[in-house]
Structure formats: structure tokens, C-alpha cells
Design a protein around this ligand. Structure first.
Ligand code: ATP
Length: 202
């Protein structure tokens, strides 16, 4: 599912770049060839989001574009926040790629007064004191944790108290979350170490 999700924005970008004058039907074969992907893979991906293409005709391009936009949530942006506007937090705050998936990191929060203000591209970094008020007013459900490990659990508790239901944790530690809260851990060092291990085993 994650791999398919990774390819959906690629299909969408390709379909949107097609000449609107030729905007009728398109087959998985043509898409696969244009993107250098396997035909079976493309057909499987597209069938999973839009149902099977018609024999010989393939998919109606406009309907496929609409469906991909729907699945990717591009028409209803979900806002997320970051706690910890250090180097990693800032990089994520400024990253544009989330928009492909209907996500926007709208603000960051930090305890360090020197970090409060706007980033180079105008994203706000607020004082942690305003976390609860912001989450409530903006109905934020997703939060990214990029504080040091020692602060992560107390931040996580505070976030769930604010109504956050999904946490993407970059702090290298185990977090406990109440039932019903989604937690995804991202250990960057572990991912790189895993790649190195695979490389050494090749
Ligand atoms: P920098 O050197 O710019 O601070 P860094 O990424 O090396 O970057 P870290 O020590 O990893 O800094 O901390 C990440 C960020 O988390 C910092 O901006 C720090 O002020 C912030 N931070 C630390 N503890 C908390 C906390 N309890 N609540 C909110 N933010 C915190």
C-alpha cells in the first residue's frame, strides 16, 4: 500500500501534463511506458483506486485524474503541526512535498524563545504555550514530534490531550500513546544503518 501510495502522485502528475486536446482515454500500457514502470504494476495500482480500466480503451483520463486527487486528499488539505523547530523540524516545516498528499504543515511550536517568529518562507513558529489554543482553533489532528528524546513523551501526552489523533515521531525513543491514537516512528539513524547493513551483505 505504501509503495502504491508513493506512485500515485507520479501518475497524477503525468496525467495532468497530457495534452488536454487528446484528453480521452489512456491505457495502463501507455502510462507504464511513459513512466518506465511495469505494466502489471501500473494496472494493479490504478485498479486499486479507480476500478478496472475498460478493455482496449483503458481509463477515462479526466475521471482517473479526479479519482487520484480524491484518494490523495488534494481537494481537502489536512493541516499538521510540528513540535520542535530545530534543524529537522525546520526542514520538515519548509518541505513542499507534503502537498502531493493533501497535507500541509501549517506551524511549528518550540520552547526556545529565540526560535519564535516566521521561517524564511513565512511559516510561523509559535511558543509552546499556545499549542492547545492553536490545535483547538485549527482543529489539528496530526502532529510531528522533532524534540529531543527526553522531551518527547511529555510533548506526546500534551498533544493527545489537545485532540491530536495521529503522531509522527522522529525522536529516537519509544512513546506510549492511549488506545485509538496512531503512532508512526521514524528513526532516521536506524533507516540509514539498515541501508548500510544491506549494502555490506550484498
Ligand atoms: P538547534 O541547534 O537549531 O536547536 P537541533 O535540531 O540540534 O537544532 P534539538 O536539541 O534536537 O535541536 O532540539 C530540537 C528542537 O526542539 C529545538 O528547537 C528545541 O528548542 C526544541 N525543544 C526542546 N525541548 C522542547 C520541548 N519540551 N518543547 C518544545 N520544543 C522543545
Amino acid at each position: 500500500m505504501k509503495a502504491t501510495l508513493g506512485r500515485l502522485p507520479v501518475y497524477l502528475r503525468y496525467l495532468k501534463e497530457l495534452d488536454p486536446a487528446e484528453n480521452g482515454n489512456i491505457s495502463a500500457t501507455i502510462i507504464a511506458k511513459a513512466l518506465g514502470l511495469g505494466e502489471v504494476q501500473v494496472r494493479k495500482d490504478l485498479n486499486s483506486v479507480s476500478g478496472a480500466g475498460r478493455p482496449k480503451l483503458g481509463y477515462k483520463t479526466s475521471a482517473l485524474i479526479k479519482r487520484l486527487e480524491e484518494v490523495l486528499g488534494q481537494n481537502r488539505i489536512s493541516k499538521a503541526i510540528i513540535i520542535g523547530a530545530g534543524k529537522l523540524g525546520n526542514a520538515l516545516l519548509e518541505y513542499n512535498g507534503f502537498a502531493n498528499y493533501g497535507l500541509e504543515i501549517s506551524a511549528a511550536f518550540d520552547i526556545d524563545e529565540n526560535k519564535i517568529g516566521n521561517t524564511e518562507f513565512g511559516k510561523p513558529i509559535y511558543c509552546l504555550d499556545s499549542l492547545e489554543e492553536y490545535c483547538k482553533a485549527q482543529e489539528i489532528k496530526i502532529a510531528v514530534i522533532t524534540v529531543p528524546a527526553a522531551a518527547a513523551q511529555s510533548i506526546c501526552n500534551r498533544l493527545t490531550d489537545c485532540g491530536i489523533t495521529a503522531v509522527w515521531n522522529f525522536a529516537p525513543c519509544q512513546l506510549n500513546v492511549p488506545d485509538g491514537i496512531l503512532l508512526q516512528n521514524e528513526n532516521l539513524a536506524l533507516s540509514l544503518a539498515h541501508l548500510k547493513l544491506q549494502m555490506n551483505n550484498q
